[in-house]
Design a protein around this ligand. Sequence first.
Ligand code: CP
Length: 308
Amino acid sequence: MKHFLDIHKTDAADLRAMINSARAMKIARNDRPKGEPDDVQPLAGRMVALIFEKPSTRTRVSFDVGVRQMGGQTMVLSGKEMQLGHGETIADTARVLSRYVDLIMIRTYEEATLLEMAEHATVPVINGLTNRTHPCQIMADVMTYEEHRGPIAGRQVVWAGDGNNVCASFLHAAGQFGFDFTFTGPETLEPEDKFVGFARGKGSRVVMERDPLRAVQGADLVVTDTWVSMHDPESAKERRHNQLSPYQVNDALMAHAKPDALFMHCLPAHRNDEVTSAVMDGPHSVVFDEAENRLHAQKAVMRWCLGV
Ligand code: CP
């Protein structure tokens, strides 16, 4: 069973093949007249369940569109409306869904929910974000970097702000794709040791740098994310803003990175909190390419899961 649960759990050669496949599908699709279906319909006759226990715009739409472009069909399910939200076990839900559908994508809170779903499903399961990681996002980000600047291996990626679930998947990618990673943010919001340890164990240079201006020197890519994640309590908001305001990505910070450095944000962004509008809409920013590439990268992930 080829589940796509996390970047560090997936073979590096397979990750590379998925990025290459995503790029090829994007080029092939963009070369076709608008409105014409893809030549290849590898998901024809397949049904994909997309389960959301948290809100989503990009993940929801890009998976739905991606399946349809490949000839498959989707059902978008909200956790609250399923019996899952009313006491049915995850294991039983996994067993039942496996009798109906060919692939399950789930966005959920606890990593344990994802893992239980994968353990009991007899069809592949894809991680569409948990409180701990967001691997599909980082597949799109690696693809986006390489589209603009060539191989990401050996590059310097700087994460500014909260060491959250997206940051964790970036650390996994640092190990698997061979780039270096600097985290700049408050000590209390550093990514967990196990994520850092994975990247270091694979040979990536990982640095914790409290000073954001020093952190971005020599950066090829500067990344940030919302200061308060979906699973953080509302009460954390004011404290987070106070802690993280020195790490806002603005023109002054970007001026210390390499002149051709890219800026990424997985979106949704809180403009003028973690990033200024000037940077979001400025020459370094590739945030909307990232959003588009969710579609192409996830198509490759689904094909890998299903072996089609
Ligand atoms: N980046 C991302 O996962 O966006 P959504 O929360 O809108 O799916």
